[in-house]
Design a protein around this ligand. Structure first.
Ligand code: PMP
Length: 443
């Protein structure tokens, strides 16, 4: 019950996976879960409690206006926007909420065509295809591109949608140590050498799958090194930019722009519209031949209802704002703001003595809690002080690497961030998660 988990939950080591999962779910049950009414820099949290019979009750006894440090609304586009919102409403009237049809039947409107052109040109690729869901984009595309006799080399911390897509493809899957180019090269060399002496490579194709920003680690991909290794060993590069597209790079074009990688060196560019663009869906961008092939063969294109027109309009409009095509400099300001906010927040947390994962410029910053028993206390103490954070634990992370994952947005003001830092510092002392000595404050 809520009262028994007010402090720390017991940590259960040595249990079967099944029981650990159950424990994890029980701990999760006891949180106040953020329920967002408007996913801006602030949102409403509805208190949720478990009763003693293990049944979850949703009680709206107390609605807290909380500072939102949990959602992926990196640029603030998920809230009403002076340019995007009127256009989305217009598209709703014109095209309705759903096409109720697949892309190849009646589900391709002028908006869908415009969106694909807009995404391809934003990414500097010849063409793009969009899907109704980011998760499905990975899990449906990998099986179309790869199969028996092919090799997928996947970063060990890739998202579940990639893991599922890779498994479902029937290709041989190998993992390399998270974001470690030297280990990727080792795996590639071993796999290519396997079966020698031969006159040709043992694999029909090899694809290396990485993410732009790792969502549980906040790290930027070591893309320049990975691209050059892939070139050397003639492997395709598949880059998932769910968390980096729109969020980093001078004009929001993601890690390629930030790290100086030519997009022509990334064969398959994947991303989602659910973060920086405040919408839903996913995309694949690449060569004309690749996209044509996917449009003819991918079941998620052929048999699934197309992305909702207002969602498509939201993406087009937010990209226009980013490019300054709305006639304002708001896009550039948002990009400058998210970078400034992220770097400020990260450095302040570090100065306070927290262990923060990830790189500068990344808006994702996990604060290490380690012990999963610290999760309920951390989460609840923050909520009491009107700050909503997302905590992540097993099975999303290894059992003893629990963390609070902060997501910074351009919608946060400096005042919001200072308040959040004060709360996190107080709660950090309460829960005991400042693992480094704090830097003395400058007078
Ligand atoms: N790829 C990555 C790296 C993700 O983090 C996510 C979800 N956050 C997805 C794909 C799936 O995207 P969506 O939530 O838009 O379906």
């Amino acid at each position: 019950s809520k009262s028994t988990l007010q402090g720390y939950a017991p940590i259960c080591l040595g249990l079967e996976d099944f029981y650990i999962r159950r424990l994890y779910l029980r701990i999760q049950d006891c949180f106040n879960r953020p329920i967002s009414s408007s996913p801006d820099a602030w949102f409403d949290v509805v208190e949720r409690v478990s009763n003693d019979n293990n049944k979850t009750l949703l009680r709206t006894t107390k609605v807290n206006r909380c500072l939102n440090l949990g959602s992926y609304n990196y640029l603030g586009f998920a809230a009403a926007d002076e340019y995007c919102t009127p256009r989305v409403i217009e598209s709703l009237k014109k095209f309705s909420p759903s096409t109720c049809s697949t892309r190849v039947d009646g589900g391709t409107t002028t908006l869908h065509a415009e969106l694909e052109e807009c995404v391809a040109s934003f990414l500097g690729k010849q063409a793009a295809v969009v899907f109704g869901m980011g998760y499905v984009t990975n899990s449906a595309i990998l099986p179309v591109l790869m199969g028996k006799g092919s090799l997928i080399i996947s970063d060990s911390l890739n998202h579940n949608s990639i893991v599922n897509g890779a498994r479902g493809s029937g290709a041989t899957v190998r993992v390399f140590q998270h974001n470690t180019p030297s280990h990727l090269e080792k795996v590639l060399r071993e796999q290519i050498a396997e079966g020698q002496p031969r006159t040709h490579r043992p694999w029909k194709k090899i694809m290396v799958v990485v993410e732009g920003i790792y969502s549980m680690e906040g790290e930027l991909c070591q893309l320049p090194e990975i691209v050059s290794i892939c070139k050397k060993h003639k492997a395709y590069v598949y880059l998932d930019e769910a968390h980096s597209i729109g969020a980093v790079g001078k004009s929001g074009r993601g890690v390629c722009e930030l790290l100086g990688v030519d997009t022509s060196d990334v064969d398959i560019m994947m991303g989602t519209f659910t973060k920086s663009f405040g919408s839903c869906g996913g995309y694949i961008a690449g060569s004309q031949e690749l996209i044509q092939f996917l449009k003819y063969t991918c079941p998620a294109h052929l048999y699934a209802t197309s992305i909702s027109p207002p969602a498509a309009q939201q993406i087009i409009s937010s990209i226009k704002v980013l490019l300054g095509e709305d006639g304002s400099s708001r896009g550039a300001q948002k990009l400058a703001k998210i970078r400034e906010n992220s770097n400020f927040f990260r450095s302040e947390l570090q100065k306070m003595g927290f262990e923060v994962l990830g790189d500068n410029d990344s808006p994702v910053m996990p604060i290490m809690l380690y012990n999963p028993a610290k999760i309920p206390a951390f989460s609840r103490e923050c909520l009491k002080r009107n700050v909503a954070v997302v905590t992540v634990a097993f099975p999303a992370t290894p059992l003893l690497l629990a963390r609070a994952r902060i997501c910074i947005s351009a919608a946060h003001s400096r005042e919001d961030l200072v308040k959040a830092l004060e709360v996190i510092s107080t709660v950090g002392d309460l829960v005991g998660i400042k693992y480094f000595p704090a830097e003395p404050k400058k007078q």
